[in-house]
Design a protein around this ligand. Structure first.
Ligand SMILES: *Cc1c(COP(=O)(O)O)cnc(C)c1O
Length: 388
């Protein structure tokens, strides 16, 4: 039996392992000097001023929403074509969630639809406090247009860039926060670089930066200039808000710091493989990812859409036939508003038809830096077979 080819997989080298071992032998296992180095490396890479490392991207989203003051009675709008965490972060803060349907070409939140929905929301007094665009598969949303609308209505923008570390928009790295208050990244093993579990928030705003650091660690500060009461001694710390323990360990930061030195190579390799897919799949009854002149995708995912009207088999038959051939295809994403939890909150099938139509047709093919050309050729051959 041929070996299973997953849809995504981490790349770990001896240098990565040595970097983690070095921290294990050091004095600091958590919240030590390696965290600060990793934060600096990510901020420098993205061209942002500040970065705050946390335990995962879900925690990063939660803290970003808290830091911006999202709370009960507020609304956050995001894309229905995302992982549930992009919406759940608002619910953690007691805020309401709504969705903006996607663009049928990029699968990102549609700016046209956003414009329409904002006009209606202004009339009904239901404008959101936060818009959270998701750079699906690593391709940037049209941030300039989103920022323009956000400014017009006094809305804050948080980017869910979980897929997009290493991608760029208008020749700037995603995470520069030129068009947003904050951007967040995930270091889950299938993402662009990994720390096992891990996340990061980047921002150019010093107040948000201070708040994020406090909320990450119980709402506690020891910084003399931040204390609200006189310090009776050097042991003194203050809890000033209800924070969490969302800290990343130095072990994880060491892995991330070692990984980020290879990020550009990872992106290049993913783009190389994406180009090979593009050439090989051109004549098949599938729609390929679009190419937008303003963005350079990190290619976290390679999603094709089946032209079902030209095919004899259903999507689930094609999906299972590929799985039977040991091809680890995946689906990104089941529209968030159709999850039972969100249906309980009042959403239903039919609410966001473009995202739903996309979901009926979308299949993610294996794509990761260590995918060999011959493994990719196996994926292509199997796809040709099952689409016959
Ligand atoms: C992976 C992912 C998250 C959550 O990341 P974790 O680090 O696993 O918490 C959030 N949003 C999107 C779009 C993701 O792909």
């Amino acid at each position: 039996m041929r070996q299973h080819i997953p849809y995504g997989r981490q790349n770990i080298t001896d240098d990565d392992i040595a970097a983690v071992v070095e921290v294990l032998r050091s004095d600091w296992l958590t919240q030590g000097p390696t965290i600060a180095k990793f934060e600096q490396a990510v901020a420098d890479y993205c061209g942002a001023k500040y970065a705050v490392a946390v335990s995962n991207a879900t925690a990063a989203l939660h803290l970003a929403c808290l830091a911006i003051g999202l709370g009960p009675g507020d609304r956050l709008w995001t894309s229905p074509n995302t992982f549930v965490a992009s919406a759940n972060c608002a619910r953690y803060c007691g805020a309401d969630v709504d969705f903006v349907d996607i663009d049928s070409q990029t699968y990102n939140l549609s700016v046209l639809e956003l414009d329409r929905k904002l006009i209606a929301a202004e009339k009904s007094g239901t404008l959101p406090k936060v818009i959270l665009p998701v750079h699906f598969s690593g391709q940037s949303c049209d941030m300039e247009a989103i920022a323009l609308l956000a400014k017009q209505y006094g809305i804050q923008v948080i980017e869910d860039a979980s897929h997009a570390l290493g991608g760029s928009y208008q020749n700037q790295k995603i995470g520069s926060c030129q068009f947003s208050e904050m951007a967040i990244f995930s270091f889950h093993p299938v993402k662009m670089i990994t720390t096992g579990e891990g996340g990061m928030i980047v921002t150019n705003n010093p107040d948000l930066y201070e708040r994020l650091k406090q909320l990450r660690s119980h709402g506690i500060t020891k910084e003399p200039h931040q204390l609200q009461q006189p310090a009776p001694g050097t042991w003194y710390y203050e809890q000033q808000a209800l924070g969490f323990n969302y800290r990343m360990t130095d072990l994880q930061a060491a892995l991330g710091l070692s990984q980020i030195t290879r990020l550009d190579r990872f992106v290049q390799q993913r783009q190389f493989l994406a180009n090979r897919y593009r050439e090989a799949l051109q004549t098949l009854p599938v729609m390929l990812p679009n190419d937008d002149a303003y963005t350079q995708s990190s290619f976290h995912l390679y999603v094709i859409r089946l032209k079902l009207e030209l095919l004899k088999r259903s999507k689930s038959e094609i999906f299972e036939a590929l799985r039977d051939r040991n091809i680890g295809v995946q689906i990104h994403y089941i529209p968030v508003h159709t999850q039972p939890y969100y249906q309980q909150l009042g959403f239903s099938w039919g609410d966001f038809p473009i995202a739903e139509q996309y979901y009926q047709e979308a299949v993610s093919l294996p794509l990761y830096p260590d995918l060999t050309v011959s493994e990719q050729d196996v994926v292509i051959r199997c796809l040709e077979e099952v689409l016959q």
